[in-house]
Design a protein. Sequence first.
Lengths: 888, 91
Amino acid sequence: MIVTDAVKERVQIPLAVEGVSAERIAYLEGLVSQARTAAAVFSQFTQEDVDRIVKPMVLAGLEQAQHLARLAVEETRLGVMEDKVIKNMVASEFVYNYVKDKRTVGVIREIPERNLIEMAEPIGVLFSLTPITNPTSTVLFKCIMAIKTRNAVIFSPHPKAWHCCSEAVRIMYEAAVKHGAPEGVFACLDSPTLPDNAYLMKHKDIGLIDATGGPGVVKAAYSSGKPALGVGAGNTPVYLEKTADVNTAVVDIIVSKTFDNGTICASEQTVVIDDEIYDVVLKKFAELGAHICNEKETKLLERTVIDPETGFMQPMAVGQTAANIARFVGLKVKPDTKLLIAPIQGVGREHPLSVEKLFPVLAVYRAKSVAEALRVCVDVNHAGGLGHTAVVFSRNEDVIRKFGEVINAGRIIVNSPGSIGALGAVYNDLVPTFSFGCGTGGGNSTTDNVNVFHYLNIKRVARRTQNHMWFRVPNQIYFNMNAVENLRQFPSLSTIIVTSPLLEQIGHVDIVRRHICPKTHVHVQVIPDAEPEVKVIALGVEALNFYKADQIIALGGGSVIDAAKIMKLKYESPEADLEYLAAPFLDLRKRVVQYPTEKVNRARLIAISTTSGTGSEVTPFAVLTDKESGRKVTLADYSLTPDVAIVDPQFVMSMPKGLTADTGIDCLTHALEAGVSNYASPYTDSNAMQAIRLVFKYLPVAYEHPRDEEARCMMHNAACIAAMAFSNASVGVNHALAHAFGARFGIAHGRANALMLPHVIAYNAAVPTKFMPSPYTKGYTAHKKYATVADLLGLGGHTVEEKVTNLIAATDQLLDQLGFPQSIAELGISREEFEKAVPELASIAFEDPSWRSNPRMPLMSELIELFWKAYEGRGAAKVASTVEHSTV
Amino acid sequence: MAIVAVFLTIDETRLVGALRETGEKLDGTEVESILDFSSVSRIDSGAVRALEELGRVADEKNVKVVLRGVNVDVYKVLKLMKLTRRFSFVN
């Protein structure tokens, strides 16, 4: 409470600043130093320690409620002693009831489902300004909150309420210290002045300013540059709607507006009454002790209680009784008049009584309609009441909701008194408070009823969480020779076979036809064997609609199956906008664009792959080209995944060598990239590893001996298995490079992948320049994954680095066996031409979404370097330095 | 002859007294003074003041004061009071 000698000795007296003498500064510094020590010591207290102190403080507040109320009325000459007793009791008992079980020390909330813990950190020293209107109750309230949250407070009461406030601080302080609070935890400024306030508001050791008072105080607090809770003036509009319970409404308004002579800033200021009930309401007010002013009396009232220059209420009227105000004004009213009611015709400066009036004078307005009533309430709300409080009396839920929508108030009180309702915990379940946050409308930082949680720094302890992952593949996959026979188990009235001219020509379509259910009408939609175009899709959809297809069989390579996926999408959801659906995304689960779920048609999609590479029969991807606009659209969504995949090697037995090699390396790239992807999981790993093993074993055989049934079968399976891995783990930077390079120089996708592959393995195995953020992986594992692949292939090596080197060598060897060029240069692309193209290639590769799941985040310079390595040739692929050299 | 170090175990029940005595005994003949805080679970305002004073005296007499076994709650109080720079800490 007072600055101890010990503190004085410790404080160096600074030079005087404007308006504050050196001696006064020493005094203020002493207060701050004492409070700072108290706050520091307080930081060691447990929840139990704190709660042991709070309860006796509350009891002291209750015991002294009347004493403090009497002091407040005697000193301020405002309000009603009996009501101030109630306020003091609410500030003690009701606030205690709210805070008693709240955790405010250590862990205050656990949210296991989000792996979050919230912990409390005290603020330290608060500088608190308290008002003249609710002086002692505000002090009691703030003291209880401060102790509950382990903070120290320096109070600066309104000068005209200093005695009662300092007495309230003393009572709280003694009760607190007696039960263990640190000494110096509360202090009350002796004879506070504006320069004192200004000095403390900017003090480096003040953690938070809590200013309750008029607009000046609040503005000063927010202008100080310190964190502040500044809560101040209001102008409460009330809508008394025709469906309301008039008896209840009138009594509630009288209770509220006369409570402590209207000093609570949440009290009613202007009541907007529906025309239908206006006369009844006013009659009721009169019956219950209100005086209804006539036009002349209203004019007199306006001139007396509102300052004509500022437009604000006259301070002399604040907290006075209705009878006293009537006497100042010169109105003849009954001595027991509770309230002066003044009809007004509008809101604004030309209607002086439409502003805040912290005394028992109430403006009323007759509204001809709900629309007019709401408009007038909005006007009142905007005439000084933004963010504060508003009241509505109605039994019409639509009206209540509309009122809530259009009025900007932190508290919208329904069918109950405004002032006591806003205080909380009496008429509703709002948090009990003596500080009303008014949001940005009132220049405040919160719309809350200020409470203990505003006196805390809340720390969030966020544990690492793994998002749910998935492994999604078609419902049914049929594989091995003659798997196509399974087609007959799918009933269909009308089937469209989407295929390419060549496949029809060589009899593959006939094989498929033979196994479709009898009685099924079959139409064959032959499309070019190239990346599907918009026109091709449109024709396909037209056919689907014409034949009312219930089944689509895609027979072909990746392009044909992609076309069928998009045809199905447009057939089932004609409104689907492909450009829109192709919007970029980072995480599939958080993507902005959602694929349509409502379908006008339904068709089963069965994909039969005739190449062993893309794995499109099980993937959720499709690529579309719009030749007219020159744009390429990549669609990705699990709804695109075929319903059934048939992996029958009979359709690949005649694949030419070149295609076998290209598609086989595409498959290997899928598996290797899925294996080291940041989205890899044990599910995708098992598929990726198996696919890699199958490729290394069977691809050379399938290439050299195309009629080798086992090799063809295993490579066909490998492509599908690798696709299952990358459908769920995605690919990586190899694909980004290959897409850019292949498109620019017209190189087949598998071939482009092959040119990059050894270099990308070396790149991913090295210590990244930039790690890719990924909640799914623990540490950097790409090099270890490659080493595991080397082990699986039996390549030998003791250290990770050796194993990765061996994997690169084995990949090189495989590429050689398959006759792939060693370098881009070998393709006949001149150094000059390539040099010219590289910057754009790097830029396009960087735009490619494929690398987003790559373990290493590629820098533009690194993409350029990778392109150049691919240009120079496979000998350039060496592991720079892996993350670990240890044996695994 | 200069004494290299003085060891003192601080008893929480008479923390302020012990710190004051330590301050009074510092005469500049010792190089450092080691105070064992292992049994101190919490400090009050009086102890904070005594530590401030001890730090001041130690600075004047050029004696290094080492606080041993300070628990993190007490350390945080010293941090908030900007006292950690006046002392050395060992476990």
